[in-house]
Design a binder for this molecule. Structure first.
Ligand SMILES: [Cu+2]
Length: 314
């Protein structure tokens, strides 16, 4: 059930929190538009009504006008009070308290990809993050290396991901769909290719998905995929990548347990298909310059068996 990706827009909210932020913003815009209309309208009126006419003398001079002064002080004060109330009211709903309640999802920003873990389950995924619709979720936002910033515009506020600190975010998704986001704090050469894809689905679909992600990799492997698995285990791949059910247990790069079930690879850079994977394994620095995976210079045959293995990890 692949849905069309929804373009990131703060103006098409898909969560209760994003809804509140959009309403608050629209109150501000409407109030600002009314003030602008009054100011420009008065200016135009004064320029036309009191423009110089032939034979005019200098008009009478006077100071002080209680009505106008009261208006000029009263209206801005009222606006500040009203908007302060609306802002605090929105913040109370949008920002979670900084206490350590158990999160539904722990998001960690890495150079240059996102990890999502689901506490209470074994599921760990990268870049394509599934969330259930209709339930208030608490996200913990962390960083493994430098400061990143989680932002999925349709789902509400941006949140910095800071090493050594946990930030919190509430998300109550209201509509199923696929929502794009991106790292929003410059974090290095491939900052622009640190995309997020949130797949929002029904509670039942979500539970099924988690159950699949929890399972260790146990695919039926073709002969070349078996050769690939053996090659993988002899190479340093496993010191950076985890494949549950095998000895590979690294946490520097994305968990590859269900690599082949991702639609895209390298945090949204390209479609996940054998050709792109072959290119990546042949020369990572050509495909995503600055990414933290070295070039190994393997012979073509070894790359091919690796591709066969990784493509079987559904
Ligand atoms: Cu980043």
């Amino acid at each position: 059930m692949e849905k069309l990706s929804i373009l990131p827009s703060v103006l098409s909210p898909a969560s209760a929190q994003a809804d509140r932020i959009v309403s608050l913003t629209s109150y501000f815009i409407v109030a600002a538009a009314i003030v602008l209309a009054i100011v420009i309208g008065s200016l135009v009126y004064v320029v036309i009504r009191f423009r110089a006419k032939p034979g005019d003398k200098e008009p009478a001079q006077f100071t002080g006008n209680k009505v106008i002064e009261g208006f000029m002080i009263g209206v801005p004060t009222l606006l500040v009070v009203v908007f302060m109330y609306l802002t605090l009211d929105t913040m109370a709903d949008v920002l979670p308290p900084e206490e350590d309640t158990r999160p539904d999802v722990v998001i960690t920003g890495h150079r240059y990809w996102w990890e999502a873990a689901y506490p209470g389950t074994e599921a760990i995924v990268a870049n394509e993050i599934h969330l259930p619709v209709g339930r208030r979720l608490l996200l913990h936002i962390n960083a493994a290396d430098v400061i990143h910033d989680w932002w999925v515009p349709a789902l509400g506020a941006k949140m910095d991901a800071i090493p050594g600190r946990t930030n919190h975010l509430w998300v109550t998704i209201t509509k199923p769909g696929v929502y794009d986001g991106a790292c929003s704090e410059f974090c290095g050469t491939q900052h622009a290719w640190m995309r997020i894809k949130v797949v929002a689905q029904s509670e039942a679909d979500f539970r099924q998905w988690v159950a699949r992600k929890e399972k260790a990799a146990n695919p039926v492997l073709s002969a070349s995929a078996q050769a690939g698995a053996a090659f993988f285990s002899r190479q340093p791949c496993g010191s950076c990548h985890r494949i549950r059910g095998t000895a590979a247990n690294g946490a520097v790069g994305p968990d590859l347990t269900h690599f082949a079930s991702r639609k895209t690879m390298l945090a949204g850079l390209m479609e996940n298909n054998p050709d792109n994977l072959r290119q990546w394994l042949t020369d990572p620095q050509h495909v995503k310059p600055g990414a933290l995976m070295p070039r190994f210079s393997y012979p073509k045959d070894s790359i091919n068996v690796l591709v066969a293995y990784l493509s079987a990890l559904k």
